[in-house]
Ligand binder design. Sequence first.
Ligand SMILES: *[C@@H]1O[C@H](CO)[C@@H](O)[C@H](O)[C@H]1NC(C)=O
Ligand SMILES: *[C@@H]1O[C@H](CO)[C@@H](O)[C@H](O)[C@H]1NC(C)=O
Ligand SMILES: *[C@@H]1O[C@H](CO)[C@@H](O)[C@H](O)[C@H]1NC(C)=O
Length: 377
Amino acid sequence: MFSSLAVASTVLLGLAASSSAGIAHSRATTPFDGQYIDVNSGNDATEWWWVQAGAPAAEGEFPPSLHVTFYQGYPISALREVAGGANAPENYIVINGAFPNGTVFAYNLVASSSLVTSSGGVISGNWNGAGSFTNSLSKFTLTLDSPEVTGTLSITSNAPHHFGCNTTAGPYFTSAIPSGASLNAAEEIFYNQLGWATSQPGGSASVDVTLDGTRFKFHGQGYHDANWMPQPIDKFIDDWYFLDAQVGPFDLSAVWAKISGATREFTTGFLQRDGVILQNQCSVLGSKTDDFVTITPYGLGFDEPSGVNVMKGFILEYTLADGDEYRFNVSGESLVLDQSIYHRWVGPAVGGRVGGKQYSGIVMYDWLNPSLTPYNG
Ligand SMILES: *[C@@H]1O[C@H](CO)[C@@H](O)[C@H](O)[C@H]1NC(C)=O
Ligand SMILES: *[C@@H]1O[C@H](CO)[C@@H](O)[C@H](O)[C@H]1NC(C)=O
Ligand SMILES: *[C@@H]1O[C@H](CO)[C@@H](O)[C@H](O)[C@H]1NC(C)=O
């Protein structure tokens, strides 16, 4: 099933009813990579464990990558509709990626149930009939075990796990809200109920899977985080970018989001070097004079399959609290997913401290644009 574009695009279009999620655990008792909210067929909540690994392209080839997401519920309303509406499975694993020759693949492994538990500091997730994972925070390993896809992906973490806002107190973006600001309904969900926990900000990764009988093996860099929210993303976000890269001694990530009906734009920036955090912040764009990030798309291309204009890359600029500046130029080489509202690329990344030694590495980034806001370069 390597014709991912057709296959994957059947995974997008429609709507869903709404209701809200219950809280499964109080914050104090939820393990870092554990189950944060209750997702079931009677609510519209979603929670997922996202894992990706990629490696720089060899000469004349494309960067190999494997992206695996363990889902409960649906991140986009349309996905539930396409997957069967009221009969859509609640638990499934989505797999995407690209071979070194540039051919992309996609799979959707349906599980009969899922369970995420914690024991002795290790989180275990089991998606019955499809796959499983374990996470000790220093090491993440997933196993795929379905009729079409088998094998493993593991990441040995080289940086501290973290929430998005330079706090160990909680996984929400609440601290980014300007004091005294009143939030619209979408912002209320975005800032106070969209959870994000990054367990592996970066680390060496090993992939060894078999896809419909084809062995796919590489060593590269990996990343793993988890998200949860009471409503699908398209109910409260118009447009967003998420980027993660490993460049020489640096691991970095950044988010830009345009929240529905809001004028405030939101960003996060994470940058660490050799295990030392240089920046870990979330903020409203333009609200800070230091300790912030800018995420600027560049270039203009037309993506035929999805029928929309796309960027060729991004410039990520980190201004630290002490004024130091770091800049990274990342660009897309493998287009792993292309749908009108969702694109994902893997490609080269170069950068470092401005005026300092420059390194090269690999980036994986996503553009999610439920509002179909045009990009014009
Ligand atoms: C690319 O590589 C994969 C895996 O080896 C293979 O299945 C596929 O047919 C190749 N594509 C082309 C266009 O050669
Ligand atoms: C917050 O950021 C500083 C650097 O600006 C870093 O030293 C510290 O570890 C960070 N704390 C958390 C909880 O991420
Ligand atoms: C970023 O890299 C691309 C090529 O990968 C190059 O064309 C572009 O000029 C670079 N931009 C900056 C600002 O360095």
